[in-house]
Design a protein around this ligand. Structure first.
Ligand code: NAD
Length: 443
């Protein structure tokens, strides 16, 4: 504890979630130590460089380091000696060859930290996990920690969105505290005091509910996206217009327009793996039928990627092989450089596999894409990628792409054909400029 009574915090795992959490907590006034096994990442953060794209975060990192309240390191021993509250923020990806969640990183973090916990402390899971993980980790922590049952475990699921991570961390819609004791609740309350003082609603509940809140939220969002994309499939079959349909539904207060945008569907490091892990876990505990619809949600989502390739093929007269294709977008969504399970790159790679000469451009994710998929070609700008293109395919709805002038683009392409995978462009404007415009779910 500091002299003001505020707990000292550690953040184990300093990726998209952990780095943001560590930086924001230091900005809010806490003393914070960020720990990761990735030495290169820790060196960058310690030197004031955010190792990923997140608007507003670099400025806050500078501020936090200057305050002297934020440090980074790789020692669990140091973390255990320093911290009163330890946030676990390591990755929980999909297990290779299975839909299950891979908990090896989380287990390794606990096994790294717990043997050094010699005094009373709270370990708080923030990673997204299958229900039941917190109960298992409580046993593991208490077995391994010299302080035994003086070390408690809590779960505080994280809801931040990449691209808005700073605001979501400093001003969250709600906090969820999954706690097993009054003491754990007091520690979490102290660790989030500045945020609670803003009047942020907090739900205090048990560990299992806290774990479930996160996967339930992501399942709902994924379902909403796949719902409107299922409607797009129907629209395509009957020549109806998904954009008008979605706009009409969005005006219904009971439905709302958020996550009701038709298009290429969801991707990223959370939604796809979280719905699969949820379905898998539900089957393990005998309630698979309750969430079996998530398999359908996933299938609808995957079909959008295939259908986008079909649209490109149709616009090219049935042939992708040998054609020049500009692929705009690589990140799974705008304002991020995250390419995990990115629909844009999936589509680009499929078209490349079909013999297309694909050239990708993304405002933030080019380096990550180049590293992951060196077989693809890359442009230095949207217009550069579109040089001599037979078709342009918009795959991630960066505002940079929305703002492109159809006449300026017409100067560089070979054919004025565009597939708008995200309903990001004004179809009438592009058609008026002489473009063949196609979008999923629109005739
Ligand atoms: P990430 O891959 O960016 O970061 C994970 C970090 O954990 C990496 O830096 C990795 O080096 C580190 N790590 C792995 N093993 C470790 C160990 N044993 N000890 C210490 N560090 C270790 O992942 P992320 O996107 O930050 O996601 C982390 C968790 O948060 C996941 O469970 C994810 O589902 C959840 N989450 C992510 C977001 C998001 O927008 N990215 C939002 C909410 C929840």
């Amino acid at each position: 504890m500091t002299s003001t009574g505020a707990p000292k915090l550690t953040v184990i795992g300093t990726g998209y979630l952990g780095a943001t959490h560590a930086i924001c907590m230091a900005v809010l006034g806490f003393e914070v130590l960020g720990v990761d096994v990735d030495e290169a990442k820790i060196s960058k953060l310690a030197a004031g460089e955010v190792p990923f794209f997140e608007p507003g975060l670099p400025e806050l990192l500078t501020k936090a380091l200057e305050s002297g309240r934020l440090r980074f390191g790789t020692s669990f021993e140091e973390a255990a000696a320093f911290g009163d509250v330890h946030f676990l923020c390591v990755g929980t990806p999909q297990m290779p060859g299975s839909d299950a969640c891979d908990l090896t990183y989380l287990d390794a973090a606990v096994r790294g930290l717990a043997p050094h916990l010699e005094r009373r402390a709270l370990v708080v899971g923030k990673s997204t996990v299958p229900v039941g993980t917190a109960a298992r980790l409580t046993t593991l922590v208490q077995e391994l920690a010299p302080a035994g049952t003086d070390v408690e475990l809590a779960w505080n699921p994280e809801f931040l969105r990449e691209g808005y991570a700073v605001d979501d961390t400093l001003r969250p819609d709600r906090l969820v505290f999954g706690v097993a004791s009054e003491w754990a609740d007091q520690q979490l309350t102290a660790a989030f005091k500045p945020i609670l003082d803003q009047g942020t609603p907090v739900i205090r509940t048990d560990l299992a509910t806290a774990e479930l809140v996160k996967v339930a939220a992501n399942s709902f969002l994924a379902t909403k996206i796949s719902y409107i994309n299922a409607m797009a499939e129907v629209c395509e079959a009957v020549g109806a217009d998904i954009k008008d349909l979605a706009d009409s539904l969005a005006l219904d207060d009971r439905i709302g327009g958020k996550f009701l945008k038709p298009g290429l569907g969801f991707g990223g490091g959370c939604l796809p793996k979280d719905i699969r892990a949820f379905a898998h876990r539900a089957e393990e505990i005998g309630v698979g039928q309750a969430v079996s619809f998530l398999r359908e949600v996933d299938d609808i989502n995957r079909r959008r990627r295939a259908r986008t390739v079909d649209l490109v093929r149709e616009l090219l007269g049935g042939q992708i092989s040998g054609r020049r294709i500009a692929a705009w977008g690589a990140a799974f969504k705008p304002n991020s450089d995250d390419i995990r399970d990115a629909p844009a790159l999936d589509v680009a790679r499929t078209m490349h596999g079909l013999g297309g000469h694909v050239r990708v451009y993304d405002p933030a994710a080019l380096d990550n894409a180049r590293r992951a998929y060196p077989e693809l070609r890359y442009g230095e700008s949207a217009l550069d990628a579109a040089e001599d293109a037979d078709v342009v395919v918009l795959l991630t709805e960066w505002s940079e792409f929305r703002e492109i002038d159809p006449d300026a683009l017409a100067q560089v392409v070979r054919h004025k054909r565009i597939v708008d995978g995200r309903h990001a462009l004004d179809a009438d404007q592009w058609r008026a400029a002489g473009w063949e415009y196609r979008a999923l779910g629109r005739s």
